[in-house]
Design a protein around this ligand. Structure first.
Ligand SMILES: *[C@@H]1O[C@H](CO)[C@@H](O)[C@H](O)[C@H]1NC(C)=O
Ligand SMILES: *[C@@H]1O[C@H](CO)[C@@H](O)[C@H](O)[C@H]1NC(C)=O
Ligand SMILES: *[C@@H]1O[C@H](CO)[C@@H](O)[C@H](O)[C@H]1NC(C)=O
Ligand SMILES: *[C@@H]1O[C@H](CO)[C@@H](O)[C@H](O)[C@H]1NC(C)=O
Ligand SMILES: *[C@@H]1O[C@H](CO)[C@@H](O)[C@H](O)[C@H]1NC(C)=O
Ligand SMILES: CC(=O)N[C@H]1CO[C@H](CO)[C@@H](O)[C@@H]1O
Length: 346
């Protein structure tokens, strides 16, 4: 009797739970549906009709083009509208997609300010807004996205300085904020990114010196500061905290000083660009990198280039190289290398 009662209670409890949670899922699907509809209403042009037909209430949002839902919650966890030639703005309601883990709007014609409400996307790990025309001080939002691993806002019209709060997003592995109009100093807090592999702030209007904390991020593979107005000198023992550094892009700044420190600890360095600064002594130091596949400095293609077993991409456009190239073997493409422009391949 007791047993039957217990089992009855358990069953009704379970039923209650199932009903309550399905009601919640339903409301929440509506939430996501409204948010996506709001986004669609802000898209002024969809020349290839990616969303026209697919984004209709006749089908579940989980089947809409570019939308992926989580299998447990049936909430939108990924939105990928990259490279669809869409023109439009991002509505505040996008911030209601609170289960989003991955958002890729790269390579479209989105414009206007990015809404503050994007700070509500706390689950976000991957955010790509590159190659659009977004403006405003979007980086202020990033300090709220504590789970973010990869941020790519390359090639927009974003302004403002790099906020101190950015270092709250301490799990970042890729910070690609190049080709915008960012001003001011690079904050010391950049050294908090212990997992950082790629740091690219090239082609902005950043000033002040490079915080030496950058040279202590032991997992970093590529650092790109090209074409800013950074001043000051490089630290002694530059390489000692950067055991797996592959690319260091310094060209086109106001750095000065004589390189007295050894580069021999940068045992994986493949590309170093330092032209258009007031740095001396680097060329001599490069001779220490005898085991390395590639070193690049202006005016000369190094002989070692023909031994490039690990070369991923070599892009020599817009440079002033001289010398001749011999045949190389090519492996997996991962990065685009050129003297002045570093980019993460998508
Ligand atoms: C998004 O969330 C806000 C705040 O909860 C709410 O006011 C708004 O109506 C929501 N937008 C949509 C399209 O549901
Ligand atoms: C988005 O889709 C494009 C094209 O299918 C793909 O190349 C890209 O990797 C996707 N982005 C993400 C974050 O999965
Ligand atoms: C981010 O860091 C700032 C200090 O730079 C702090 O005031 C703020 O509370 C932090 N925000 C979060 C969400 O942790
Ligand atoms: C680099 O890291 C070491 C060891 O953690 C620390 O002692 C040193 O102060 C750091 N240097 C900078 C410039 O952050
Ligand atoms: C290379 O790094 C090691 C360990 O950090 C250090 O002991 C050594 O002095 C460094 N070598 C040079 C030439 O700086
Ligand atoms: C309308 C709404 O957002 N409902 C619920 C969606 O799911 C979260 C978490 O599961 C709840 O906190 C909301 O109340």
């Amino acid at each position: 009797m007791e047993k039957a009662l217990t089992s009855f209670l358990l069953t009704s409890l379970l039923l209650h739970y199932v009903m309550a949670s399905s009601a919640m899922t339903k409301t929440n699907i509506t939430t996501d549906q409204l948010a996506l509809s709001s986004l669609k209403s802000q898209i002024a042009s969809d020349p290839f009709h990616f969303l026209d037909e697919s984004w209709s209430f006749a089908t579940s949002i989980c089947h809409w083009v570019g939308v992926t839902c989580g299998s447990r919650h049936q909430r939108v966890n990924s939105l990928n509208l990259s490279n669809m030639a869409l023109t439009g703005k991002i509505p505040r309601d996008l911030g209601n997609l609170t289960f989003l883990v991955s958002l890729d709007l790269g390579s479209n014609n989105f414009h206007g300010n990015l809404p503050q409400e994007m700070a509500h996307l706390r689950q976000l790990k991957f955010l790509d807004l590159s190659f659009n025309s977004f403006r405003g001080r979007f980086l202020l939002v990033i300090g709220s996205l504590l789970n973010l691993r990869e941020l790519n806002i390359r090639a927009n019209n974003l302004i403002g300085s790099i906020p101190l709060s950015l270092s709250n997003a301490s799990r970042l592995e890729t910070l690609e904020i190049s080709h915008n109009s960012l001003l001011g100093n690079i904050p010391e807090g950049i050294g908090n990114f212990h997992n950082m592999k790629v740091l690219s702030v090239q082609y902005n209007q950043l000033t002040g010196s490079i915080p030496f904390t950058v040279f202590n991020i032991s997992r970093i593979e590529n650092i790109a500061f090209t074409m800013n107005s950074l001043s000051g000198s490089l630290p002694n023992g530059l390489c000692n905290g950067l055991p797996i550094l592959k690319g260091l892009y310094l060209a086109g700044n106001k750095l000065h000083g004589h390189m007295t420190t050894s580069l021999s600890n940068c045992s994986q360095l493949q590309l170093l660009s330092s032209s258009e600064n007031d740095l001396t002594g680097i060329r001599n130091r490069l001779n220490q990198l005898t085991g390395n596949p590639l070193y690049v400095f202006p005016g000369e293609i190094p002989k070692a280039i023909s031994n490039l077993i690990e070369l991923e991409v070599l892009d020599l456009q817009n440079n002033r190289f001289s010398g001749s190239l011999s045949k190389n073997r090519y492996g997996d493409l991962q990065y685009i290398w050129s003297e002045r422009d570093f980019s993460v391949k998508k």
